[in-house]
Design a protein around this ligand. Structure first.
Ligand code: P1T
Length: 395
C-alpha cells in the first residue's frame, strides 16, 4: 500500500516542510482506484442507496471530491484546519462579509484591491454594514475606529498595488483584545512567503486566480480557518449562497499548487533583480517593493515574510501619465493585462484597470496616481525581462 495513505493529514501537517506540503499536504491517492492526482469528478449529483444514505457526497454544490481534495491542500499550505474554495476571490470575500449583520462595522486597510473596495462600498454598505478604511502601518491606528459594533478587521499585506506591509501579529493583538475577527488577504504573499494563521489571524483569504493557480487559466477564491465553529458558519454560507468552483478548476488549482514553491522562488529572484534595476534607472523616481531597506515597512516585511515576492509598482520622473502609458504600450514580453501571479510577466495600470472603481481622490491619497505602473514579474529569464523594460523605457 502506498505509504502516504497511512499518514493522516494531521501527521503530515506536523512533519512536512512547506516544499513537501505543496505536493503531499492534505493529499491522499483517490480512494476508488488509487489515482495519484485527484480525478475530476465532473458530476452534479451522487447516487444514494436510500434517502440520506450515501458515501459522503450528495449534491456537488454542497461537496465534490475534487473540491475536497483542493480544500484539504489549501488548508495544509496555510497550516490551517479547514479550507473552503469559491468561484472567485471576491466570492470568498463575499462569504466572509455574510458572517456580519446590518449595523456591524468593519475596519479595512485603506489600500486594497479595487474590487474588494467596490464589494465593500457598493454592495455591503447597502445592506447596512459600515466600513472604515484605515492606514494600518501602525496597528494602534486601528483602535480609534473600534466601536461596540465592530466585528471584523480586513487586511491585505502586501497591499495591492502600493506594496505597503501591515504587521499581522500586531493587528491580531488588537483584534484579540477587542474580540474581533481578523481576516488577511494573502493573495500577494501566498503561504510560501507568510502564513497569517500562525501569527494570530482567524481567516486567510486567497484569490487562487493568482499565484496559487499560477498559470492564468482559472478564476477561484479560497478561505482557510482553524476554528471549527467559524468553518461551519462559512461552510453554511458557501453551500447556502452557492458561489462554488467547478471540479475542472479545482483540478487545475491542485496542479498549480504542486509547483507553488518552485515558481515563488523564481518570482522572488526575478522580482528582486527587476526592483533593483528599476530603482537604479534614471527615468524612474519611485519603486515600491518591500525588499528595499528603504521601504518604510521593510523591518515588518523581514519579520513576517520569508522573501519579498514578485509584485512591484513604480512611477516615472515627473509623475507623467502619458509617459507611463507609452512605457506600458511599448512592452513586448510583459503583457498589458489585469491580474497577477501567473508564470508570465504582466504589466498593469492600476488607475484605469484594477483600481478604477476607487474614486480618484481616494486613490491618490494612498499613492495610486495616474502615472503608477504595476508589474507582476513572471518566471521567464530575468535578462529578457530587464531588456524588455530597458527598450520600453528608452523608446
Ligand atoms: O479576481 P478574484 O479571483 O475575484 O480576486 C479578487 C482579488 C482579491 N484580493 C486581491 C489582493 C486581488 O489582487 C484580487 C484580484 N486582483 C486583480 C485581478 C488584480 O489585477 O489586481
Amino acid at each position: 500500500m502506498n505509504k502516504s495513505i497511512l499518514i493522516s493529514s494531521t501527521e503530515k501537517k506536523r512533519i512536512m516542510k512547506f516544499n513537501t506540503k505543496t505536493i503531499h499536504g492534505g493529499q491522499q491517492p483517490d480512494k476508488a482506484y488509487g489515482a495519484v492526482m485527484p480525478p475530476i469528478y465532473q458530476t452534479s449529483t451522487f447516487a444514494q442507496r436510500s434517502p440520506g444514505e450515501h458515501q459522503g457526497y450528495e449534491y456537488a454544490r454542497s461537496k465534490n471530491p475534487t473540491r475536497t481534495a483542493l480544500e484539504n491542500a489549501l488548508a495544509s499550505l496555510e497550516n490551517g484546519n479547514y479550507g473552503l474554495a469559491f468561484g472567485s476571490g471576491l466570492a470568498a470575500i463575499d462569504a466572509v462579509l455574510k458572517l456580519l449583520k446590518s449595523g456591524d462595522e468593519v475596519i479595512a486597510t485603506n489600500d486594497l484591491y479595487g474590487g474588494s473596495y467596490r464589494l465593500f462600498t457598493k454592495v455591503f454598505e447597502d445592506f447596512g454594514i459600515k466600513f472604515h478604511f484605515v492606514n494600518m502601518e501602525k496597528a494602534t491606528n486601528i483602535e480609534a475606529y473600534i466601536t461596540k459594533n465592530t466585528k471584523l478587521i480586513w487586511i491585505e499585506t502586501p497591499t495591492n498595488p502600493m506594496m505597503n506591509i501591515i504587521d499581522i501579529e500586531a493587528v491580531s493583538v488588537v483584534a484579540k483584545a477587542h474580540n474581533l475577527l481578523l481576516a488577511v488577504d494573502n493573495t500577494f504573499a501566498t503561504p510560501y512567503l507568510q502564513r497569517p494563521l500562525d501569527v494570530g489571524a482567524d481567516i486567510v483569504m486567497h484569490s487562487v486566480t493568482k499565484y496559487i493557480g499560477g498559470h492564468s487559466d482559472l478564476v477561484m477564491g479560497a478561505l482557510v480557518v482553524n476554528d471549527k465553529e467559524l468553518a461551519d458558519k462559512l461552510y453554511f454560507i458557501q453551500n447556502a449562497s452557492g458561489a462554488i468552483c467547478g471540479p475542472m478548476d479545482c483540478f487545475l488549482a491542485l496542479r498549480g499548487i504542486k509547483t507553488l514553491h518552485v515558481r515563488m522562488q523564481r518570482h522572488c529572484e526575478n522580482g528582486k533583480a527587476i526592483a533593483e534595476y528599476l530603482a537604479n534607472h534614471p527615468k524612474i523616481s519611485k519603486v515600491y517593493w518591500p525588499g528595499f531597506e528603504t521601504h518604510p515597512n521593510h523591518d515588518i516585511a523581514k519579520k513576517q515574510m520569508d522573501d519579498f515576492g514578485g509584485m512591484i509598482s513604480f512611477v516615472t520622473n515627473g509623475n507623467d501619465y502619458h509617459q507611463a502609458i507609452k512605457i506600458i504600450e511599448n512592452l513586448k514580453i510583459f503583457t498589458l493585462a489585469e491580474s497577477l501571479g501567473g508564470v508570465e510577466s504582466l504589466a498593469g495600470h492600476p488607475a484605469s484597470m484594477t483600481h478604477a472603481s476607487i474614486p480618484k481622490e481616494e486613490r491618490e491619497k494612498t499613492g495610486i496616481v495616474d502615472a503608477l505602473i504595476r508589474l507582476s514579474v513572471g518566471i521567464e529569464d530575468v535578462d529578457d525581462l530587464i531588456a524588455d523594460l530597458e527598450q520600453a523605457l528608452s523608446a
